[in-house]
Design a protein around this ligand. Structure first.
Ligand code: NAD
Length: 504
């Protein structure tokens, strides 16, 4: 095994080292399955570029076995769990995540590169809180009695009501940018509603998904309810999206692949929810509190090194405060300590891969050529790993390449407005194919509420950005997706409604 070369690698807990050293296959029907042939995927630490583990690359055969296991569990043991028993299991998963906090943090950092404090927040709070929130739902999934008059029956001669039922076998496909939360977002509502799941995690970051599947089993989830098939998108992912035994696909990833998922799902018209890309606006009015705005706008873009679907990557600042805000955000960016996530003092980790770093650099170069001013950053530091400096591009326009595209990296594009007509500000903010998140910064509640209505995004925050909570629905408008995750709405795509009328 190659132990990560980061200087504190010796400090990794024995359970993490043992997990990395394992031979990783697929989790099907409650046990690890190790194909004897087929390709292997190397898993790298983005902070060093070194191989830290490997896993099997599955394809159609493994997907088919996993779908069969999920169907058997759906019709078998899982269907006999009461709602209260499903609640107890979800609650226990949250407890086990907290008990395995250290190992999950280390695996998530090694896999994705995120800084230690963020990993601690994710594994210690975000994930357990989310499972506990959904632990409250199974006993509250209710149908309705309907005042219908089927076939002319009078009141008292018939009863009509609805039954909410689990949709069945769910195929889940997740991206690499926030591996454990992305998987949590699929597993928790599936378990709460009584569905079973076949998950294909991102090939770049499968570690915590595999460990979470084991914790779910330990919490009492029956064999076959959660299955994991590792593999590449065009093989395992495509086979899952097309499989006729899958009732619904829950996909998070790029808009481009989202389109392929829709096509693949058409064969059996499986239901599809899509959480896709974003290019979210941050709109700052001249009366805003700059003490809040400057760190807030920096965090909105540079959180997770900008590899974040909600990232506020287009900053619209009123001309009266433009220079102050841009200089302030650039100062925050310059002061960020870049380093490996495992170093607790690092504030800004690596990008996920060399390919992603080169892609980000390409967007910055295109911006330069098209006339943008590089206020700070713009380079890949010379050190091992896939680092790229937090970058602020000023004097950008809507027609510039870095403004039009989802870069998925730490590049903030600043535009200015002098116009106090809210419609024209909103038009500029909405001038993208995406509509995922966005924020408005002002002390004027009237301006805030008018802008909230005008911005065409699934989420708009005021004087903060990307305000996420387990209870708040989240999802995309326009080409940022179909459907919502989080909250009560996040259960809906996992349920179907049966209408029942009876007479006597
Ligand atoms: P991606 O679309 O390349 O891959 C996502 C997943 O799809 C991976 O597991 C991949 O293996 C799989 N995949 C690739 N090709 C496939 C195919 N033909 N059929 C089936 N599956 C396939 O995205 P990525 O690079 O992993 O992640 C970055 C993207 O994810 C960004 O666009 C980002 O905005 C988006 N994202 C959205 C949200 C959200 O909630 N809206 C959250 C996180 C990330």
């Amino acid at each position: 095994m190659n132990v990560p070369s980061f200087s504190s690698a010796a400090a990794l807990s024995p359970s993490t080292l043992a997990f990395l050293a394992r031979q990783h296959g697929h989790f099907i029907g409650g046990r690890w399955v190790h194909p004897t042939d087929g390709a292997l995927i190397d898993i790298h630490d983005p902070a060093t570029g070194e191989r830290i583990a490997g896993c099997a690359a599955g394809g159609a055969a493994e997907i088919d076995a996993a779908v069969r296991a999920a169907r058997a569990a759906f019709e078998g043991p899982w269907s006999r769990f009461t709602a209260a028993q499903r609640s107890a299991v979800l609650w226990k998963i949250a407890d086990l995540v907290q008990q395995n906090f250290q190992q999950l943090c280390e695996l998530e950092i090694l896999d994705n590169g995120l800084p230690t404090p963020l990993a601690q927040y994710v594994c210690g709070m975000v994930v357990p809180d989310f499972f506990r929130y959904y632990a409250g739902w199974p006993t509250k999934i209710e149908g309705a009695t309907i005042p219908a008059a089927p076939q002319g029956k009078l009141p008292g001669e018939a009863l009509s009501f609805t039954l909410r039922e689990p949709i069945g076998v769910v195929g889940a496909i997740t991206p690499w940018n926030s591996p454990l939360p992305m998987v949590m977002l699929k597993i928790a509502p599936a378990l709460a509603t009584g569905c079973t799941l076949v998950l294909k995690p991102a090939e770049l970051t499968p570690l915590t998904a595999m460990r979470l599947a084991e914790l779910c089993q330990e919490a009492g989830v029956p064999d076959g309810v959660i299955n994991i098939v590792n593999g590449y998108g065009e093989d395992a992912g495509a086979a899952l999206a097309a499989h006729p035994g899958v009732d619904k696909i829950a996909f998070t990833g790029s808009t481009e692949v989202g389109r392929l998922i829709v096509k693949a799902a058409a064969g059996n018209l499986k239901k599809v929810t899509l959480e896709l890309g974003g290019k979210s606006p941050v709109v700052v009015f001249p009366d805003a509190d700059l003490e809040q705005v400057i760190p807030g706008a920096a965090r909105a873009c540079f959180f997770l090194q900008g590899q974040n679907c909600m990232a506020g990557t287009r900053l619209f600042v009123h001309e009266k405060i433009h220079d102050k805000v841009v200089e302030g955000v650039a100062a925050v960016a310059r002061a960020m300590k870049i380093g490996p996530g495992l170093d607790p003092s690092s504030e800004f980790g690596p990008l996920i891969s060399a390919e992603q770093r080169n892609r980000v650099a390409g967007f910055v170069d295109a911006g330069r050529k098209e006339g943008a001013e590089v206020v700070c950053g713009g380079n890949a530091p010379t050190r091992p790993g896939y680092f790229f400096e937090p970058t602020v591009l000023a004097r950008t326009r809507n027609d510039m390449t870095p403004v039009k595209s989802e870069i998925f990296g730490p590049v903030l594009c600043v535009q200015t407005f002098g116009d106090d007509d809210l419609d024209s500000v909103a038009r500029a903010a909405n001038s993208t194919i995406y509509g995922l998140s966005g924020s408005v910064w002002t002390r004027d509640l009237g301006t805030a509420m008018k802008m909230v209505r005008k911005i065409d995004s699934g989420q708009v925050s005021v004087n903060m950005h990307a305000a996420i909570d387990p209870a708040m629905p989240f999802g995309g408008n326009k080409q940022s997706g179909w459907g919502r995750e989080f909250g009560k709405e996040g259960l809906e795509p996992y349920l179907k409604t049966k209408g029942i009328s009876m007479t006597w």
